[in-house]
Design a protein around this ligand. Structure first.
Ligand SMILES: [Zn+2]
Length: 141
């Protein structure tokens, strides 16, 4: 690596430069022209934070998934989309880290009457009652 000063890096419009002088942690690496920050010092801490963040998010998500249950409801076909959206909204309100797919229950709808099929929804048990009431209100019960 060519050794140049920060001044020269600015003149040459370079985003990074190599001074040949170790940083306070002893890294012999390039520095950002804009703030003289050592690239090695900035990089690992940023990556580590991301990894810890991701690990934490996944952990919280899995805890939620374990707590979620299946609710089976007889839903009229014309209401299915609305009930699905409500199930998703209720779950996301409790745990925003959930992904849309986490709130989907995969099951074959069973015939329950004219235009009405039994569908399973994945959500927190605390929301079972609300979703049931919502579905009933759509149906007119
Ligand atoms: Zn450093």
């Amino acid at each position: 690596m060519e050794i140049i000063t920060r001044r020269q890096a600015i003149d040459r419009k370079l985003t990074r430069y190599y001074s040949g002088i170790p940083c306070k942690r002893g890294h012999l690496s390039e520095r950002y022209t804009i703030n003289m920050a050592c690239i090695e010092c900035v990089k690992p801490s940023f990556g580590k934070e991301n990894r810890e963040q991701r690990w934490h998010e996944n952990y919280m998500r899995k805890l939620s998934l374990n707590r979620m249950g299946k609710l089976k409801l007889a839903v009229r076909t014309e209401n299915l989309q609305q009930v699905r959206e409500m199930a998703y909204a209720l779950s996301m309100a409790r745990e925003p880290l959930l992904r849309p797919g986490d709130c989907l229950a995969h099951c074959e709808p069973q015939y329950r009457g004219p235009n009405t099929f039994l569908h399973a929804f994945k959500l927190f048990p605390e929301d079972f009652e609300v979703l049931t009431a919502y579905n009933n209100s759509l149906t007119g019960y």
